[in-house]
Design a protein around this ligand. Structure first.
Ligand code: FES
Ligand code: MG
Length: 587
């Protein structure tokens, strides 16, 4: 063991203070002096801490990190570190075409190169908008230097005419009212704009609040930090504490692989059910796990998560928004309620502050039982995901916490066949095809149809589109039918309350069962058995498979950019985390 007088040598000193190679050291060093750093600082032996900056004018959800980084710097310096802020590839969920998820792996790759190739001893990951969180955690997993996440925090609650308006969720609701002729274009725009009242990310339990909560549940950010709204003073204060803490983590050599263990992922799956988390979470957590060499798949999500109750009453599964979640106690209050009921599998899992998640959360109070329910009085029992399988796909996720009463009454309440339904398939090849045909009376869509979206997976779209939550034809909405069963190889927004069957893997574009489906086929979904099948025999399926192969496989649009082509050539399916296959071996 190092004695008290032995000074730890950090990785950055290989760049900046290596007397064995003065030429390289001088070259590495001199340019970092040109804006005022001194040689004494860079050769002082202090740890160099990166601030991976995801905020920019192109990324409004994360833009507040540009301000928060000042507090992070102050924290790093106060603890005896030297901050180096650098930009990350922007990933704005709502602004990027064709889809932000195309860029998750690009941001991952670029951050891996930065963390590996520059003199950094630790890093603060500025996370927030949906894919920024997994991209940063995946890179930290691959390079495995000490890392801590800092959420930018949700926006304040949105309000319109005395009612809470939540990010995304209000769009899905209001577009139904627009289709039904209840509101006009201008009012629609005003209502939607009211849901974005401040800096920060989506204030609903969409993918952003989910992934930030799970980053905390995994142990990768300071306890209590995920839920603090972006404009609150506590947000700047936790930024300062985060900066201070990463310096300690570097001294302790506390690495992502020490924190994000199989136990931590199991905790995160349980927390995801309790918060009513996004269907994008399995894609992202499976990806982070793969980059760490931790085994995790969608069977684990059902086995560990399905029986967990829904505790957090946030839209889209419930009624409240981000400020309410924070006031009630955020992630620590949820974890405390789970522990009280004996539902958190691994209270001893380590977190970034050096204490276990159990020790961090045990004494915490749940300050609003309307927003965070005790486990004995949940919003819903068995609120986790179901992992469905059959001749349609090997794996697809259904979020049971958003199954509405209307949906359950119509499709899941046949006394002879509960939890199962059959219907006539109506198949769409991508979102454009859906928009062109959904309202066409010739399609003859009624409430006994099942809508299918294919060509929307990681290869087909590319990156995987959030398009499976398909609204029924306007004439059905006017009759009071607000959702039809939807199934697809794409994703849906975490802010959507549609109980779709999503992320089907393998996707049509790589020859999955969805590519064999035809409009008019009967399909059967059984939630009890976890099955999803086209009701045709094996010979007919084989004949269709042969015909598809003869046609050169399922056709999808061409590449628009070099990255689309590169990613398509090496990306894995949603159930496997949508990772770049060659990247997984770098651990
Ligand atoms: Fe960025 Fe929802 S769009 S967090
Ligand atoms: Mg989204």
């Amino acid at each position: 063991m190092a004695g008290p007088t032995t000074k730890k040598k950090f990785r950055s000193q290989e760049w900046f203070d290596n007397p064995d190679n003065p030429g390289m050291t001088a070259l590495y060093l001199e340019r970092y002096l040109n804006y005022g750093l001194t040689r004494a600082e860079l050769q002082s032996g202090k740890p160099l801490i990166g601030i991976a900056q995801t905020g920019s004018d192109l990324s409004p959800c994360n833009r507040h990190h540009l301000d928060l980084a000042k507090r992070v710097r102050a924290g790093i310096e106060a603890a005896g570190g030297i901050p180096f802020e650098f930009p990350c590839h922007p990933i704005q969920e709502t602004g990027k075409r064709p889809t932000a998820s195309l860029d998750r792996n690009l941001a991952y790759l670029s951050l891996v190169e930065v963390l590996y190739g520059y003199p950094l001893d630790g890093v603060v990951l500025t996370v927030g908008c949906d894919k920024t969180t997994p991209a940063m955690l995946m890179a930290a997993a691959t390079v495995n230097i000490p890392a801590i996440a800092l959420s930018v925090g949700p926006m304040l609650n949105g309000w319109h005419k005395g009612k809470r308006t939540g990010s995304g969720t209000i769009v899905w609701e209001s577009r139904q009212r627009l289709s039904a002729g209840e509101i006009g274009y201008d009012e629609f725009m005003d209502i939607v704009a009211s849901s974005a009242p401040s800096v920060g990310y989506c204030n609903t339990m969409g993918t952003a609040t989910t992934m930030n909560s799970l980053a905390e549940a995994l142990g990768m950010q300071l306890p209590g930090s995920a839920a603090i709204p972006a404009p609150y003073r506590e947000r700047g204060q936790i930024a300062y504490e985060t900066g201070k803490r990463i310096v300690g983590m570097v001294h302790e050599d506390l690495k992502p692989s020490d924190i994000m263990t199989r136990q931590a992922f199991e905790n995160a799956i349980v927390v995801n059910s309790a918060i009513g988390g996004s269907t994008n979470a399995p894609i992202h957590l499976n990806a982070i796990a793969r980059h760490l060499g931790v085994k995790l798949d969608n069977d684990d999500w059902q086995a560990i998560g399905h029986r967990i109750p829904l505790l957090v009453n946030l839209q889209p599964a419930g009624e409240y928004l981000g400020e309410d979640y924070h006031h009630a106690g955020g992630v620590p209050a949820v974890v405390m309620e789970l522990m009280k009921a004996g539902l958190l599998p691994h209270p001893a899992a380590l977190t970034v502050n050096g204490a276990s998640i159990g020790d961090n959360c045990r004494g915490v109070e749940n300050l609003d039982h309307k927003v965070i329910r005790p486990a004995a009085d949940p919003l819903m029992r068995d609120a986790g995901f179901i992992n469905l399988k059959g001749n349609l796909f090997d794996s697809a996720i259904m979020k049971t916490s958003v199954i509405s009463k209307e949906f359950r009454d119509r499709y899941l309440s046949n006394p002879k066949d509960p939890e199962a339904f059959e219907g006539r398939a109506v198949v769409f090849d991508g979102p454009e095809d859906y928009h062109a045909r959904i309202d066409d009376p010739a399609e003859n869509i009624d409430e006994y149809c099942v809508l299918f979206m294919r060509g929307a997976g990681p290869v087909g779209y590319p990156g995987g589109a959030e398009v499976v939550n398909m609204q029924p034809p306007a004439y059905l909405i006017k009759r009071g039918i607000h959702s039809l069963p939807c199934i697809g190889d794409g994703r849906q927004s975490g802010t959507s309350g549609t109980p779709s069957i999503l992320n089907a893997s393998p996707e049509a574009a790589v020859g999955g069962g969805l590519a064999l489906l035809k409009s008019g086929d009967r399909v059967r979904i059984d939630l009890n058995k976890g099955s999803a099948d086209i009701l045709i025999d094996e010979e007919e399926l084989a004949a269709r498979r042969k015909a598809l192969a003869g046609d050169g496989g399922y056709a999808f649009p061409g590449h628009q950019t070099p990255w689309q082509e590169i990613q398509r050539s090496m990306v894995d399916q949603f159930s496997e985390g949508m990772v770049l296959k060659p990247a997984v071996k770098y651990q």
